[in-house]
Design a protein around this ligand. Structure first.
Ligand SMILES: N[C@@H](CCC(=O)N[C@@H](CS)C(=O)NCC(=O)O)C(=O)O
Length: 261
């Protein structure tokens, strides 16, 4: 039977989950844990051992959150989440690409330097660290994770990530001053993908960085949607509390770096 493998708190899984909730599609989800991601059984579905993964009825498997989101939109009934016009679709695709290639890795750097670093202790538990690093298939991700876990906030990946996220907030503000949604007049997969990023920044206690801007008005519109309230209810609250507290010492620094001048 078709199902979407997720971790409810994970940014990439949330992108697909939010699109699924907006569609109202009757697709079951299966929450997995980090250990299962490393199992041979899961690696047969997703060789990178990451979420989300979509298993279809006929056994075909889709990976990559943006691919899955587009598939969900096209395969299921419900509101269209991709603009009909070429320029609207191009804008949506641009946001999705920027998120995948720039903003998600940037968020990853600050998440790993704070929340994930805590899980390995200081100095890090070398055995556990080696298991985690060896499970990664992407070399660039491995280099970034090892450096941010070993050096924490001192890692240059953190500064680079903060710069990238600040550029993201500026670009969003520019776009949202003109249009209510990232791709134009209606909510698209570009917004669905961005929800996961902004939600994590909010969970880190960084909402002040976009206070009083068009991003804040966009976020209010997103928050008034039942789909967001349902998404919020899915994640383990204790884990989210831990996530928030992991940033407490770095929050002031992060806010200064992210805030508009
Ligand atoms: N490019 C992939 C990235 C997927 C990814 O990095 N997923 C993260 C969660 S956001 C994951 O599964 N992490 C598992 C882990 O870190 O152990 C996508 O967009 O689907």
């Amino acid at each position: 039977m078709a199902q979407l493998y997720v971790m409810h708190h994970a940014t990439c899984a949330r992108k697909a989950l939010f699109a699924l909730l907006e569609k109202g599609a009757p697709l079951p989800t299966m929450e997995v844990d980090r250990d299962y991601l490393r199992s041979p059984e899961y690696r047969r579905l997703n060789p990178d051992g990451l979420v989300p993964t979509l298993l279809l009825d006929d056994g075909e498997v889709l990976t990559e959150s943006s691919v899955i989101m587009r598939y969900l939109d096209e395969a299921y009934d419900g509101p269209r989440l991709q603009p009909e016009d070429a320029i609207g679709r191009a804008r949506m695709n641009l946001w999705m690409q920027l998120i995948d290639e720039k903003y998600f890795p940037a968020l990853g750097a600050i998440t790993i330097a704070t929340f994930m670093r805590r899980m390995f202790g200081t100095p890090p538990d070398e055995e556990r660290l080696a298991v985690m690093l060896d499970s990664l298939t992407d070399f660039a991700t491995r280099v970034m994770r090892e450096d941010t876990i070993r050096r924490g906030l001192e890692s240059p990946f953190v500064e680079a990530g903060l710069r990238q996220l600040r550029a993201m907030l500026r670009r969003m503000n520019d776009t949202l001053q003109r249009d209510p949604w990232l791709a134009g007049d209606s909510l698209s997969l570009g917004d669905c993908a961005m929800v996961a990023i902004i939600l994590r920044l909010e969970e880190f206690g960084l909402a002040e960085a976009w206070q009083g801007t068009a991003v804040s008005r966009w976020w209010e519109r997103i928050n008034s949607r039942p789909s967001l309230q349902r998404l919020l209810g899915l994640a383990d609250q204790a884990l989210l509390t831990e996530l928030t507290s992991s940033v407490s010492e770095a929050r002031g620094h992060f806010l200064r770096k992210l805030s508009h001048p």
